[in-house]
Design a protein around this ligand. Structure first.
Ligand SMILES: Cc1cc2nc3c(=O)[nH]c(=O)nc-3n(C[C@H](O)[C@H](O)[C@H](O)COP(=O)(O)O)c2cc1C
Ligand SMILES: Nc1ncnc2c1ncn2[C@@H]1O[C@H](COP(=O)(O)OP(=O)(O)OP(=O)(O)O)[C@@H](O)[C@H]1O
Length: 303
């Protein structure tokens, strides 16, 4: 760590989704930074601790690292320290973590955490622990009060549940913005044309996603939302590598999207992804999806 990087106000966590609870913490952090004349720093982990301990059962990410960094920057975060979560890090005691990373590394002067925040080996670092460590090491600690929605805490887990249930209105209220997936349009297997549904194949850069199925979507084209229908999942009817794909068919769209970054917003679930016995059966199902999308979007201006 360079000397000019020392001295900051900081917070720690996964920040998956950068939801309204996270946004409240980040707002407090900005205020503290302004008061103390110090930059704001968010400490995150890659992989996230649950992905390190249980890669098979850890939940799919709401936001990829790249999107998370962009969302944190938009919340006025000056710096992000992304720590590799590995054996060495997991074996640090809570006191060692505070001393080595937060004090020696970052020169933290103020730490902002959620009131239920715990960290370190065996999750021993709770708020009382942090307060004591702060007195010893010379930084203040504040617990931001819990942000609730409809009587329950806002959390990444709750956002994932809303996405799995295709409750996009709830996901939007928890996130403070519509749920979107952003990615570059890649060349696919070009089967779409045979299926009478040319699709933009949006690069996901991850094996697992927090939702699968066929959805009414819109994609931003030159700043305007364009209605469409999309499949997100492993495409069981088509031979593949088992990783997730997002295939978007925009209604009556004729332009070339290859290489562009597409921002896809999800509105409504039409059905689960299915394994069809033939391409013909898949084609019929996709035609029905497109008809349903047309009926839905007809006369319904997108905002
Ligand atoms: C509206 C829509 C629904 C789809 N539903 C399924 C499905 O239920 N099962 C499946 O295996 N693939 C489904 N697909 C994915 C197609 O298999 C995929 O888009 C097709 O293979 C074209 O891919 P390509 O352009 O990469 O060749 C769907 C695609 C669209 C656009
Ligand atoms: N609703 C909330 N209100 C206030 N603080 C929150 C809220 N949700 C998370 N935080 C705080 O934000 C920081 C980062 O949280 P983190 O992403 O690790 O947890 P989370 O959103 O609760 O996710 P999960 O559902 O996976 O536990 C922590 O300090 C946490 O306490």
């Amino acid at each position: 760590m360079r000397p000019q990087h020392r001295g900051c106000v900081a917070t720690i966590g996964n920040f998956d989704g950068v939801h309204r609870g996270h946004q409240a913490i980040l707002a407090r952090l900005r205020e503290r930074g302004a008061e103390l004349g110090l930059p704001t720093c968010v400490v995150i982990f890659e992989p996230q601790p649950r992905e390190f301990f249980a890669p098979q059962t850890a939940p799919a990410r709401i936001t990829r690292l790249r999107d998370k960094l962009a969302l944190l920057a938009a919340e006025g975060v000056d710096r992000v320290l992304c720590l590799s979560f590995n054996r060495r890090l997991r074996e640090l005691s809570a006191s060692q973590f505070v001393h080595e990373v937060m004090v020696e590394g970052l020169g933290v002067k103020h730490l902002e955490v959620g009131d239920d925040f715990r960290f370190g080996c065996d999750r021993a670092g709770d708020f009382a622990f942090l307060e004591q460590a702060g007195v010893r090491e010379g930084f203040s600690v504040e617990a931001a009060s819990t942000v609730q929605l409809d009587g329950a805490r806002v959390s990444s887990t709750r956002v994932r549940e809303a996405l799995a249930e295709a409750d996009f209105a709830l996901a939007e209220r928890l996130l403070g913005r519509p749920f979107r997936i952003v990615g570059r349009v890649l060349h696919g297997q070009k089967l779409g044309r045979q299926l009478n549904a040319p699709t933009a194949n949006v690069q996901l850069k991850r094996k697992r996603v927090p939702l699968t199925g066929v959805y009414l979507v819109s994609a931003e084209i030159d700043g305007q939302p364009w209605p469409g229908v999309a499949n997100i999942g492993v495409r069981p009817s088509v031979a593949g590598d088992g990783s997730a794909h997002l295939e978007v068919h925009l209604l009556d769209f004729a332009g070339d999207l290859y290489g562009r970054r597409l921002m896809v917003a999800f509105h409504h679930k039409l059905r689960d992804e299915q394994r069809f016995a033939s391409l013909e059966a898949l084609k019929t199902a996709i035609a029905a999806d497109i008809a349903a999308a047309r009926a839905h979007w007809q006369g319904q201006p997108l905002t």
